[in-house]
Write a protein that binds this ligand. Structure first.
Ligand code: ATP
Ligand code: MG
Length: 641
């Protein structure tokens, strides 16, 4: 299978694949290089990606976006309370396991899907887009997530990938993936030896919903993330909200109404605000026109870049803290920084760039800032695959939270601390005389993982435990073992031919059984159930699409035949009876197609009708073609003489 790198964005996602010694961004069903991260539901099928987005305004209640902000979160998490204001008409429910679910009207029934399932639907869609476009099999995937994603969220993303039939080989931090892109594509990095100073680059990623900054040190073939800062709730959508609120107030004052109560009106204004914001990144002023906001009122206004800058001024200050946190965690000052690389769509806002330049350092955009994350992720996926050869590139990241572990004594101690590098392994020694549990907590003191260790000898033993912060930012226990020393005698013959005995020792490692469970990861049983359901839903969607295609094919052929018959074009090639038959079949099919039956029939019905007509029409078409070919041959022969 071809390695797949997925930049799972809150607004749009980018799909990259490693193939033919290259890393390519794959275009979607309408040839765009990024795809809206949207899932919607209709009376017959799901609308995912581009279709979801295009149907969103007429299908608000049954469309959900901001998927990456709800996956893996508890319903009662304070983050979710903050997130809620970005959802327009979404009907949330608290699921039995405390997670977030969403209710929809789908196929004329009320259904509930978990956030993990919704993300899985989107991942499945992305997989199918790539498979269709590249004709390659897609299985292994590296998914990019924000550096602040907790272990819980990472488990949820892995589960979503598995439900979509993918194999999540790595969960990678977005900025780290972009850094890997920088490291593999830049040709002028410092030499990789002890005496050469590394190039320190700050990456600033301001996306749709969140903002991260990381300091990375580069040498040829190597990158070390030295520090990371973030503001989970800062991005382009905050600018959109500021602009939208400005125009809502203007609209309400002008027409003495409250359009905030009307989700469609808010949606229309928000969409226009997003467009306006982008236009103002390149222009000093722009008009703001929205047709039929509500009650058939068309709204016209305008905004200058200066106005926009006043509206978002309070937001700008929020750029500082993450950037400074990243620097201080890296133990560097701004004059030790080679450059500040901007990625993420919202970093295109001119006053944001200016703010960073004025307070820190002139910014650069030398990477393809929309595609660097996906490409880096695909490279990392390819590196992990034994099937694909890539240039070696080493990188390390840093943990954003403390990892506290209890080794069965009821006491939690930090095994890794925030800011420490990973992947990393620590060897812990404990004395045990019975089976026990290793429990991992997150920084909120919630249990994330439990590792059951069995087979501990009752006489008591000194155990060695390997605790690993793995490349996906998850904590694992790759082995628990004890050592026994065995003495044995070795016989040798010395120079004089005498046998000499020496006592030697051998150390045995006895591995104990470790089984992992997490309240945040799905059980194998549940995973199998949801995978089967996703397979079923996607097959049903495909059938709806094929049925739609079969219907269109029939309709087109009806018009084609009607035209040929009525224009007498087929007259020289068919008998009266044949033409009459075609005419009769076509008229009957047309009547059926626009009846209640034909409007919504099974795929096989459309195909059968089509074949009934082509049995005759193809005959005539064939004859026409043959006669034309013969005529052209005769003509050539004549000219040749
Ligand atoms: P996140 O990183 O939060 O998950 P994302 O990766 O989907 O989101 P990006 O694609 O990096 O986000 O950026 C999308 C944001 O950038 C949107 O808010 C969009 O309006 C904004 N944006 C895109 N182009 C421009 C532009 N030219 N000027 C201003 N803002 C822009
Ligand atoms: Mg992003």
């Amino acid at each position: 299978s071809a390695p797949f790198g997925l930049d799972f964005g809150n607004d749009t996602s980018v799909f990259a694949v490693a193939r033919n010694r290259n890393i390519d961004v794959i275009v979607n069903d309408v040839s765009n290089r990024s795809t809206p991260s949207v899932v919607g539901f209709g009376p017959k099928n799901r609308y995912i990606g581009e279709t979801g987005k295009s149907k969103e305004s007429s299908n608000i209640k049954n469309t959900v976006s901001n998927l990456k902000r709800i996956i893996g979160l508890n319903y009662d998490d304070e983050d979710f309370q903050i997130e809620k204001k970005f959802f327009n008409k979404t009907k949330f429910v608290k699921l039995e396991d405390g997670k977030i679910g969403v209710q929809f009207r789908f196929k004329n029934e009320n259904v509930t899907f978990s956030a993990v399932q919704l993300a899985a639907m989107y991942f499945d869609h992305s997989k199918q887009i790539i498979e269709k476009e590249t004709k390659l099999v897609i299985k292994d995937v590296t998914i990019a997530v924000p550096s602040w994603y907790t272990q819980e969220q990472r488990y949820a993303v892995e589960d979503a990938a598995r439900i979509a039939g993918l194999n999540p080989v790595r969960i990678i931090n977005e900025i780290t993936a972009a850094g890997v892109s920088y490291g593999i594509f830049k040709q002028d990095l410092p030499a990789n030896d002890k005496d050469t100073e590394a190039r320190n680059v700050i990456f600033v990623d301001i996306g749709h919903s969140s903002y991260s900054a990381s300091v990375a040190a580069f040498k040829t073939g190597e990158m070390k993330i030295l520090g990371t800062g973030f503001e989970k709730h800062f991005g382009g959508r905050d600018f959109d909200m500021a602009i939208t609120n400005h125009f809502i107030d203007e609209f309400n004052a002008k027409y003495k109404v409250d359009c905030r109560e009307n989700p469609k009106a808010v949606y229309r204004l928000l969409t226009a605000a997003q467009k306006l914001k982008k236009v103002l990144s390149a222009n000093q002023a722009a008009p703001f026109n929205v047709e039929s906001v509500m009650d058939d009122i068309d709204f016209s206004s305008q905004l200058t870049r200066e106005d926009l800058e006043k509206l978002v001024e309070p937001l700008l200050q929020r750029v500082k803290v993450p950037l400074e946190n990243a620097l201080s965690q890296a133990n560097l000052t701004i004059d030790q920084i080679h450059s500040i690389e901007l990625i993420g769509g919202a970093s295109r806002v001119p006053c944001l760039k200016d703010f960073i330049a004025a307070n820190y350092k002139e910014t650069a955009r030398t990477l393809n800032s929309d595609e660097a994350i996906a490409k880096g992720a695909a490279f990392i996926c390819a590196s992990a695959s034994p099937m694909v050869r890539v240039r070696p590139f080493k990188y390390t990241d840093v943990l954003t939270g403390d990892v506290n572990v209890d080794f069965g004594d009821g006491e939690f101690n930090p095994v890794f601390t925030a800011g420490s590098p990973y992947p990393a392994t620590k060897l812990i020694t404990v004395n045990k005389n019975a089976d026990f549990k290793i429990t991992v907590q997150n920084s909120k003191n919630e249990v994330v993982s439990v590792f059951d260790v069995t087979g501990v000898p009752a006489e008591g033993v000194e155990l060695k435990i390997k605790v690993r912060a793995d490349p996906s930012g998850l904590i694992s226990v790759p082995s628990v073992y004890f050592e026994t020393v065995e003495e044995y005698e070795e016989e040798d013959v010395d120079e004089e031919g005498e046998t000499v005995k020496t006592t030697k020792t051998k150390t045995h490692e006895t591995q104990l059984k470790v089984s992992h469970s997490s309240p945040y990861a799905l059980t194998a049983e549940k995973l199998a159930e949801l995978t089967a359901l996703e397979l079923e839903l996607s097959a049903a969607d495909n059938l709806v699409m094929q049925t739609e295609d079969a219907k269109n094919t029939l309709e087109e052929h009806i018009y084609y035949c009607k035209d040929k018959v009525s224009s007498d074009e087929w007259k020289p090639y068919a008998s009266e009876a044949e033409l009459a038959k075609i005419k009769e079949l076509v008229e009957k099919a047309e009547e059926w197609l626009y009846s209640e039956d034909g409007e919504d029939a099974k795929k096989a019905k459309y195909v059968a009708k089509y074949e009934e007509i082509t049995r005759y029409s193809n005959l005539v078409k064939g004859r026409k073609k043959q006669q034309e070919q013969e005529a052209s041959l005769a003509k050539k022969e004549k000219e040749g003489k």
